[in-house]
Design a protein around this ligand. Structure first.
Ligand code: UN1
Length: 503
């Protein structure tokens, strides 16, 4: 499969210099797509094309835009299995999870199609007689959507769907290593009746994207940036947007804690820690980072957790496995770096004593050089350790202990991220106290740190983002701006604050 950027409804064939091979991480000799990468100028040009298209798109009544969103959802649903298979082949996500990811796009469309008939403004009382005040939501303009490849179709849809519904145009820059999945979603969305130029897809590497984005911000053809990815890149994008007086939507990394209280159902906690620690090979922004377990439950928890991890199947993502390979070779290399953070005071309790192989952890997986890693559980991590403080995007989970709830909350907050968190307890007081004390944007009680639903606000604080939220009605505030209108029908000039009616 050969893939090029699509701008204004046309393949942007001849603008690219570089080529990129998107490879199946489970069998690295298989090329899923050959991608032509665009340069910065093409990215900036796409933003100007989107800008022109947006001026027409915003005139389409919101309920009609909602109908287009409905068609997008139906097309994705009708092609769900094919899209999920492609996601599995391209990034190694187990098929069942990939299908769930596609379902999340449909959920997002289901939610926003009705928003086209709401998109409410307000009537507001005036302090003066014979005067009415109103608010309207207006589209921001063009949204540049820059996304990671661990959720190559669902997470982009969290930006694209509401942005389009609100009357914006979009330039989407997906991760190169998930280009084929992104292109497939683009084609389904475009087939739903979007006018040319309203949704554009540009494949570009990091440097070309930042040059292009900077030029577009300078020219005034981008009004909102939505970015999902690492905290390091999020800082760069935040600075760039800040220089142009824009506040981006930043959805960054996490070091998501799970607190296990002494009264917790341990088997349930183990199940949650298995799924959120190792599902998607630990490559979710909501993946579990550290289990913070009460000292009285530590030994029992670790014993059961290690047993569950050892029994878990890792391998061919087309089969029934807990997780497959790393997303691509860069993630594999970075994961090996994280393993270098192991300290003498850590106890590696699974993962072949921490010896990492790039072959199948359970044998030679098809002899195809897949990027598979053993699951690793590290007991005894503590504040100050890099393994405790930093996101480690991969199949590794730390374990530490606490004595009282306040200590557990302090440990949960210590790394300074604030995306997802979880507590296992049967005591409602502990659950609510944890909710109030933890700095995370999302809190689970007796559930894992992963697996957000499409109509709740999704997002983080601190090193996990700038407080912007995706999903649900809250995202409308990202993709619209409030416009205030006052209408004076008194027939005279009434001056605010100066002509206040007396009682
Ligand atoms: C991400 O990894 O960027 O809640 C998002 C979850 C998924 C989304 C993860 N639905 O884990």
């Amino acid at each position: 499969m050969r893939i090029v950027s699509v701008v204004g409804g046309k393949a942007a064939e001849d603008t690219s210099a570089a080529a990129y091979d998107s490879v199946n991480p489970a069998r690295t000799a298989d090329i899923v797509a050959k991608v032509r990468l665009a340069d910065g100028a093409t990215f900036a040009w796409a933003c100007s094309v989107a800008s022109a298209a947006q001026r027409e798109w915003e005139k389409v009544p919101a309920p009609v835009r909602g109908r287009v969103i409905a068609s997008m959802g139906r097309l994705v649903e009708a092609n769900a299995e094919e899209l999920a298979r492609l996601v599995t082949d391209e990034i190694g996500k187990p098929y069942a999870e990939a299908l769930g990811e596609v379902r999340e796009i449909v959920d997002t469309c289901d939610f926003f199609l009705g928003e086209g008939r709401r998109l409410y403004g307000q009537t507001v009382p005036s302090e003066m007689p014979d005067k009415s005040l109103f608010t309207f939501r207006v589209p921001v303009g063009v949204a540049a959507v820059i996304t990671a490849g661990n959720f190559p179709v669902a997470v982009p849809s969290w930006y694209i769907v509401p942005a389009l519904l609100c009357g914006n145009a979009v330039v989407w820059k997906p991760a190169e290593y998930a280009a084929a999945s992104a292109h497939a979603l683009y084609r389904l969305f475009a087939a739903a009746g979007l006018p040319d130029g309203v949704l554009n897809i540009v494949f570009a590497d990091g440097p070309a994207t930042s040059t292009g984005l900077e030029a577009a911000l300078e020219e005034g053809t981008v009004q909102k940036v939505g970015f999902t990815g690492s905290t390091a890149v999020g800082r760069v994008i935040g600075e760039l947007c800040g220089r142009h007086l824009q506040s981006p939507c930043l959805e960054l990394g996490g070091k998501n804690p799970m607190v296990v209280m002494p009264d917790a159902d341990l088997d349930l906690a183990v199940e949650g820690a298995l799924f959120s620690g190792f599902g998607t090979a630990g490559q979710r922004c909501t993946s579990l980072g550290t289990v913070i377990v009460h000292e009285s439950a530590h030994d029992a928890f670790v014993e059961r957790y290690v047993r569950a991890v050892a029994a878990a199947k890792v391998g061919d993502p087309r089969g029934d496995v807990l997780y497959g390979p790393m997303l691509d070779h860069r993630f594999a290399e970075r994961f090996e770096e994280y393993l270098g953070w192991l300290q003498p005071h850590h106890t590696v309790v699974t993962g072949a004593t921490g010896r990492i192989t790039t072959g199948n952890p359970r044998g030679d997986f098809d002899g195809a050089g897949g990027l598979f890693y053993h699951p690793v559980v590290v007991d005894g991590v503590r504040p100050g350790d890099r393994l405790f403080m930093e996101e480690t995007f991969g199949p590794i989970v730390g374990v530490t202990t606490f004595g009282g709830l306040d200590e557990a909350i302090a440990l949960a907050n210590r790394p300074g991220y604030g995306l997802s968190s979880s507590i296992y307890t049967t005591d409602p007081k502990a659950a609510f106290r944890f909710r109030a004390g933890v700095g995370a944007g999302m809190v689970s009680v007796n559930n894992s740190t992963s697996g957000a639903e499409a109509h709740l606000p999704f997002g983080g604080n601190g090193r996990s983002g700038n407080g912007s939220r995706q999903s649900g009605m809250w995202v409308l505030d990202q993709f619209t701006r409030w416009q205030a209108m006052n209408w004076d029908y008194s027939g005279r000039l009434q001056k605010a604050q100066m002509d206040v009616a007396e009682i």
